[in-house]
Design a protein around this ligand. Structure first.
Ligand code: ZN
Length: 275
């Protein structure tokens, strides 16, 4: 099987160039078999209208991104956030996405407790499990780079994701998304990916540029940065993962400025040579 047969492209990779219908057209005309959709863009076009386009296109879905941010110490705000995750799960189900990428949320600046934020995130995931099961969409908890722990995700390592999964004891419906950009620096990566095993339900690839200018919007194309992406891919595959390889590149200063078909052409090459 060629690597391009496992290729999925995350909508965010063409965020600035394409509306949702345009994105799906670009995927179809470049023979990309799978895609992952970005919630803000989908809602711009409408969930039902997008679901119809996806069904017509024949393009498979690797995920829906994202839901979460459930760490607020304010109970009403936290309840609203959990309700929003339930809506995101419903949308993922309507789109035919197998998982919802779950971003935990950050640290409350007044409370200053990463421990409390982590406890609330874990508790919130536990509370979301029945809804996820009822709609048949996995919660793909995604460890994110610790540089964004304050603002986006107190789930920072694959090891912590494994501990949360141990505590939740719900491997049928809670999985782990491994994103090379978020985990490459971790000295325990190989051990923790092996321990995650069948929990791995998504694999996201992109590179860390040595001279990165922005922690969210300056991701690199595979091969352009410092991550041993084939090495991490080998770890994930040894752990038993055999699913889509999803390219997810937020790139304000480079790839968002290029022609969409040109970006896909480079991706199709790098998925074979640098992934
Ligand atoms: Zn990701």
């Amino acid at each position: 099987m060629a690597d391009t047969d496992k290729l999925s492209i995350h909508q965010v990779t063409l965020l600035q160039q394409c509306s949702t219908p345009q994105f799906l057209e670009v995927m179809a005309r470049n023979d990309v078999p799978c895609a992952s959709l970005w919630r803000d863009k989908v809602r711009e076009h409408g969930v039902e209208a997008t679901a119809a386009l996806v069904a017509d296109s024949g393009i498979a879905m690797s995920g829906y991104c994202y839901g979460g941010l459930v760490t607020s110490p304010d109970p009403r705000e936290a309840a609203r956030a959990r309700d929003d995750v339930r809506r995101a799960l419903d949308e993922a189900a309507a789109l035919g996405a197998p998982c919802l990428v779950f971003v935990a949320g950050g640290v409350d600046p007044a409370e200053k407790s990463v421990a409390n934020a982590r406890a609330r995130a874990l508790d919130a995931i536990g509370g979301l499990i029945p809804h996820a099961r009822s709609v048949g969409v996995k919660l793909a908890i995604e460890p994110l780079h610790p540089m964004i722990c304050a603002t986006r995700s107190v789930l920072s390592t694959v090891g912590l994701a494994n501990r949360w999964c141990d505590a939740l004891a719900a491997d049928d419906i809670v999985g782990i998304a491994i994103d090379t950009y978020a985990v490459w620096w971790d000295p325990d990566l190989e051990t923790e990916i092996a321990r995650a095993g069948g929990r791995i339900c998504a694999f996201h690839v992109n590179d860390w540029l040595a001279d990165t200018q922005d922690l969210r919007f300056d991701r690199g194309m595979m091969g352009d940065g410092v991550i041993d992406i084939p090495g991490i891919r080998a770890m994930v595959e040894r752990a038993g993962y055999d699913g889509w390889i999803e390219v997810e590149i937020f790139s304000q200063r480079n790839w968002w400025k290029r022609d969409a078909d040109e970006v896909v052409e480079v991706i199709r090459e790098r998925i074979e040579t640098a992934t």
